[in-house]
Design a protein around this ligand. Sequence first.
Ligand code: NAD
Ligand code: MG
Length: 380
Amino acid sequence: MQKKNIFILGSTGSIGLNTLDVIRKFPDHFCVEALTAKSNIELLEEQILEFSPRIVVVKDEKAAKEIQKRIPGKFDLFIGDDGLIEATRVGDYDILLSALVGFAGLKPTIEGIKRGKRIALANKETLVVAGEIITELCNKNNAEILPVDSEHSAIFQCIVGEESKEINKLILTASGGPFFGKSKKELSDVTVEEALKHPNWNMGSKITIDSATMMNKGLEIIEAHWLFNLRKEKIDVLIHPQSIIHSMVEFIDGSIKAQLSLPDMRLPIQYALTYPERFESSFTNTNLAALKELTFFNPDFDKFTCLKLAFDVMEQGGTAPCILNAANEVAVEKFLHGEIKFTDIPELIEKALNNIENHSEPDLETIVECDRLTRDFILE
Ligand code: NAD
Ligand code: MG
């Protein structure tokens, strides 16, 4: 059997680690073409020794030199943002697992699409900021995007074998995050530590804060809009605190399909790697009788303004989603560093949206420029 070669963008992150765990379980099916990291070379060194990749990319130059010193001559080393793009251009891989965090994931993901590869997409920001460009490039180059995000994987699994025109709506579930039960007033005093305590998932810090503000669900409705080619009116959000139902699809005859399992990212990652097959695995063992109850609530758009802003920018289109995303990335970083309050995050994003011009049908250059402009605006 021919092994599938995997290029992992962001191997030292939460999705990267879960991906390597899936690969570790199926050594006859998968091998690692490339590992990439920003600066965590202790972990990267362990990963190189275990998986022997042909390519290694390190964003930080000093860290790159250090890894070369520690493990000389074993792999081709690429450095920095340009190195990352070059490596995705020349690597010999079947699947690009796109799991950098934020806007940084866009350009290397595009390189994989241009080469007609399968993209296992965790980096939702790519579709949020450049959904139209990505969709066109995928069609032109015959590249397929397999969602890794658990909600989109759930929807994808529900619509296999179904007709798109028979979908009435997508119902994206959301845990509600750590502040689901808090009042709007209480939100202004929450600490970074509290915001980083997600009730059901263990993830990188940026997406964990996004889950607390519900911007994560906001980014996900835009991601779903592009992935499944559906209008805004056909996308709903439902709070489901247990995170057992990962999302649902309602069809025109009133039937609803759902995908369920205990929360474990290795399941959607594995499906994106093995589709259209399913491999046997023991990651999750869902005992519904033990869970006893699944509950549902409508989202509170007044309390979680970020979710409302995301629905608005999806409607506006153009560079509005890019402005929302860039403002959010900088605001979250500021919150994590203790520079602003939790409730300042949506306020800063709204300011950026009100002050920065929206360009319709942007090309990639316009999107990159818009991202830069928005970051400068928030930093000011
Ligand atoms: P993370 O912060 O844990 O990992 C990010 C990875 O990208 C690390 O390997 C880091 O070294 C690398 N990286 C970060 N910035 C970089 C840069 N500028 N240049 C090069 N490398 C860089 O993040 P994560 O939680 O694994 O999330 C990754 C992506 O997957 C995000 O887009 C997130 O929204 C999405 N996602 C994550 C989860 C999850 O369970 N963690 C679930 C669904 C979707
Ligand atoms: Mg998700």
